[in-house]
Design a protein around this ligand. Structure first.
Ligand code: BG6
Length: 527
């Protein structure tokens, strides 16, 4: 679909914009030799530097147990950026790359923090950073509390003017606990050291273009918002399908499973943006106030609801995109009789004025036929008047699809007359791809790192959202604990999960939809 001639760009009111000035800071990455640092953080920092978004005096310190010196860390950074960044590597003139430092210590070793403090102070003087610190905890969650407590003990957390110049912010990665009690405990331990506006709980789905665009799309357009409710919407379905398996993360996944890995955070977060009321402004707390209301309006599942409205699955051996792949139980470091789910489909309710009675379906799985994530809002059918002729069901309902990946964009299905002398009606697709705006999308971590450097929390999760999400997820797990175990494996790799998932959505006469590439006729294929 063509885009219109460029009109003046409109900036949001509130803080949801990163166009502001970014102050230099020292970024300290705990877990600097780990997978997240290599695959996401270093490439994101490099891309930001290459695009001119990082002040030249942004400094970087790696903190980890592995023995490395500064020189080796700098080489590691350059190699990592060359391997994973979006663009060819040319060393940027930013201190983070030219003069990165490394502190070798275990996370509970106070002397490591003294050394870190010394290194940060030196970088501060050299680059005129004025005390700003961004601590990125790219470590196992079990280390979070220890690290912030050690930082505090070393006098590295600035909470107020009395603590010296500059700001202190801490980014932490999911999982934020593994259930409601552990999430509450983590929140309390963090709150004992940091103010909430210093804690940045990252959910990389909130950094994805289409996800951010949900706000622009919903609240920047008159035509859809008036239909965005129980009077017009028949159901909402949200699929996050992955073709990959557990990618060597067996031990982590064994403890986690599909429900806690994806639904507890990414999927409920995105759903909250889709379902929330218009926020008063685009400031972080205004948005998060509305999101948390949605999460709180999702009632915990009873055991009976868990039985009727959830489907769990685990993949067996199969074929994905032409390649034979092992079953989950045959994956590296996975229990050969594992009962961990790699697939989940569920139907939930949002008990509020806008959504009461509208079924909401979530589906996620590993080793499905393709990688595709999208949210489809299916509208109610037309009254049987003009085009019924006994076959009203054949008029396809309107569907609005927000494609998160790949090929991010938005499409709208509506009915149109087929050219000719008759009155044949056929569903057609109006499609918009973000790539048509001509600017490459930033990686989610780029946007989120920049937001953290600017102190903007709108795309980060607040403590009460974490707890509201766990309350829902815990109720499902409690139900599962009382119900008979499914016969795992119950879907072959390369299929769309167990047949019960189709039956779940089929009970109300719906079916799962999978967006097809934009240039293909008929944008949906039944899953
Ligand atoms: C992570 C999960 O949070 O998100 C992984 O732990 C999952 O299991 C990943 O594969 C998916 O992210 P993306 O951006 O590839 O959809």
């Amino acid at each position: 679909m063509a885009t219109l001639a460029p009109a003046p760009t409109v900036r949001p009111r509130g803080s949801l914009s990163v166009d502001g000035h970014h102050e230099p800071c020292v970024i300290v990455i705990f877990g600097a030799t780990g997978d997240l640092t290599h695959r996401k953080l270093i490439p994101a920092l490099y891309n930001l530097a290459a695009d001119g978004h990082l002040p030249e005096n942004t400094a970087l310190v790696g903190f980890a147990r592995r023995p490395l010196n500064d020189q080796q860390f700098q080489t590691d950074i350059a190699e990592t950026a060359a391997q994973y960044a979006r663009r060819p590597f040319r060393p940027p003139a930013v201190a983070a790359f030219a003069d990165a430092r490394y502190v070798q210590a275990s996370f509970d070793d106070p002397s490591g923090y003294q050394e870190l403090k010394r290194v940060c102070a030196e970088l501060d003087r050299r680059y005129g950073i004025r005390g700003n610190r961004l601590f990125y905890l790219a470590t196992a969650p079990s280390a979070y509390t220890t690290i912030v407590q050690q930082l505090e003990a070393a006098g590295m957390i600035r909470k107020g003017a009395g603590d010296g110049p500059g700001w202190t912010r801490v980014i932490i990665e999911k999982p934020f606990g593994h259930d409601l009690p552990s999430a509450r405990q983590l929140n309390a331990e963090l709150a004992a050291v940091l103010r909430e506006d210093q804690i940045f709980r990252i959910d990389h789905y909130l950094g994805k273009e289409t996800v951010q665009n949900i706000l622009a799309f919903r609240f920047g357009n008159r035509i859809f918002e008036s239909l965005w409710n129980r009077d017009h919407v028949a159901h909402i379905q949200f699929t996050v399908a992955e073709s990959i398996g557990v990618e060597g993360r067996g031990p982590f996944y064994e403890q986690t499973g599909a429900l806690r890995d994806m639904v507890a955070n990414h999927m409920l977060q995105v759903l909250a943006l889709v379902a929330m009321e218009p926020p008063v402004t685009l400031d972080a707390d205004a948005i998060r106030d509305e999101k948390v209301k949605v999460l709180r309006a999702i009632p915990p599942f009873t055991t009976q609801e868990v039985e009727q409205r959830t489907v769990r699955g685990q993949y067996g051996p199969g074929m994905v995109q032409g390649t034979v792949v092992p079953g989950y139980r045959q994956e590296e470091r996975v229990d050969p009789s594992s009962l961990t789910e790699t697939f989940i489909a569920l139907q939930l309710r949002i008990e509020n004025w806008r959504w009461a009675g509208v079924p909401i379906y979530l589906r996620h799985g590993k080793r499905l036929p393709e990688r595709t994530s999208s949210i489809a809002i299916q509208f109610k059918r037309m009254p049987k008047l003009l085009f019924s002729r006994g076959s009203q069901e054949s008029l396809a309902p309107n569907v609005l699809t927000l494609r998160i990946q790949p090929d991010d964009g938005i499409s709208l299905r509506f009915n149109s007359k087929v050219p000719g002398t008759g009155m044949e009606i056929q569903p057609v697709e109006m499609d918009f791809g973000f790539c048509s705006l001509g600017r490459p999308a930033a990686e989610a971590y780029e946007r989120l790192l920049l937001d953290a450097m600017s102190g903007q929390q709108a795309l980060f999760i607040r403590h009460d959202e974490v707890e509201a999400a766990w309350a829902i997820v815990d109720s499902i797990r409690a139900g599962w604990a009382h119900l008979p175990l499914p016969q795992f494996p119950n879907y072959p790799a390369g299929t769309w999960g167990p047949p019960e998932a189709d039956a779940l959505i089929g009970r109300r006469g719906f079916r799962w939809l999978v967006p097809q590439p934009a240039n293909q006729q008929g944008a949906y294929a039944p899953a």
